[in-house]
Design a protein around this ligand. Structure first.
Ligand SMILES: Nc1nc2c(ncn2[C@@H]2O[C@H](COP(=O)(O)OP(=O)(O)OP(=O)(O)O)[C@@H](O)[C@H]2O)c(=O)[nH]1
Ligand SMILES: [Mg+2]
Length: 357
């Protein structure tokens, strides 16, 4: 899974990227920065304490940090290509005051959101018009049913964009979505708004209330969208600390978890992703799958051979396993179940694939 970090100039995109991926980034490179963030998961950490494995593997999310967005930037092919390849967008919105760091006009995340959204829409409209032109020529030569359907969809989508609404709010059948896949339209991508707020003594409360305070609750409730808040300054300090120091620091701000943990979790929810675990003395590992995945396809996420030779999935929810203390205990209690290939894997399941391969 890949998330693109977008936003206006100097809002904290690269800072967020650095904290998420712990990458060292220099200057304002024109090319996109790529990095991987470990998905924090204390369920996996607790399971690892039970198994003491040689290897502990958290799930990972890729992030792409690009230069500030705008009509000019989007005309750059390399820039547009880097953005089109992502699955979701994290839009960093400036809500912090700092006279030393310039911003266009007053601090107004809602206005900035609308302005960037319009950039995405205009870019998609441009692409759509190009495709429509070619398609209409093709249709004059030959009227295949598939081309006719694509034409109808494009016209409907264009009318939708012209009312300044993003494609992520357009109702589409799975077939329509497939027709659009190759275009990688920007306004079709799921969008997470990330408010970058001021440091404060009551940061826990402030973070919780930020979406409401800056008038983004309605935007966050729209289809395929969400919103969360972080304080870049505090997160940067947290990133430098040991786990124990970080825990103490968080509680001094009345925070239960870091903003990054929340950000990554919100992204998972937005994209409809869940995690299941594979555990053992060798390795404890989290795997990411879309919610609603069947056991046999979940096996395929680990290895295609496991999917091919799938027999059963030995399954237990992570907390039931912890409570039992061991798989043997869980088996004795009957909380370790044998599930068939149609079993829908739940978030937090521990799964052993039994296979014949
Ligand atoms: N006060 C304050 N300053 C911040 C915060 N986050 C980032 N900054 C500062 O804002 C400036 C810009 O930060 P960047 O992370 O480079 O922002 P950017 O969005 O990547 O900027 P461009 O790529 O140039 O568009 C830097 O000087 C940061 O130190 C914050 O939460 N509070
Ligand atoms: Mg930057």
């Amino acid at each position: 899974m890949k998330t693109g970090i977008i936003g206006l100039p100097q809002v904290g995109k690269t800072s967020l990227f650095k904290i998420l991926t712990k990458a060292h980034v220099e200057g304002h490179a024109r090319e996109a920065h790529l990095g991987v963030a470990k998905v924090p998961d204390d369920r996996l950490d607790k399971l690892a304490a039970l198994y003491n494995p040689r290897k502990l593997m958290h799930a990972a999310v890729e992030y792409v940090d690009v230069a500030a967005i705008g009509q000019e930037a989007l005309k750059d092919t390399a820039y547009a290509t880097a953005l089109r390849s992502v699955d979701a967008l994290a839009h960093v919105l400036r809500a912090f005051d700092d006279p030393a760091i310039p911003h266009v006009g007053e601090i107004d995340p809602k206005r900035d959101l609308a302005s960037v959204e319009l950039d995405l829409i205009v870019n998609d409209l441009g692409q759509m018009e190009k495709r429509l032109e070619r398609l209409e020529k093709e249709l004059k030569k030959m009227k295949s049913p598939e081309l006719v359907k694509e034409h109808e969809l494009l016209l409907r989508a264009k009318a939708h964009l012209e009312t300044e609404r993003p494609l992520r709010e357009l109702e589409m059948t799975p077939e329509d979505k497939k027709r659009f896949r190759g275009f990688q339209f920007l306004s079709e991508k799921s969008l997470l708004c990330v408010l970058n707020v001021n440091e404060s003594s009551e940061l826990g409360k402030d973070l919780e209330g930020a979406v409401e305070k800056y008038g983004l609750a309605a935007a966050a409730a729209r289809p395929n969208a969400g919103a969360t808040a972080i304080c870049g300054k505090v997160e940067a300090e947290l990133a430098e600390m040991s786990d124990a120091e970080a825990a103490e620091f968080l509680s001094s701000y009345q925070l239960k978890e870091s903003g990054l943990t929340r950000l990554i979790r919100t992204t998972y929810a937005l994209l409809g992703l869940i995690s299941f675990f594979a555990v053992g003395e060798d390795e404890c590992r989290a795997w990411t799958i879309p919610a609603g995945t069947r056991a046999v396809e979940a096996a395929g996420a680990i290895h295609s051979d496991l999917q091919k030779h799938f027999i059963r999935a030995e399954t237990i929810h992570w907390d039931a396993l912890l409570e039992a203390g061991s798989e043997a205990n869980a088996r004795a209690r009957g909380t370790l179940r044998l599930e068939g290939k149609d079993y829908v894997v739940k978030d937090g399941d521990v799964v052993h694939i039994r296979h014949s391969g």
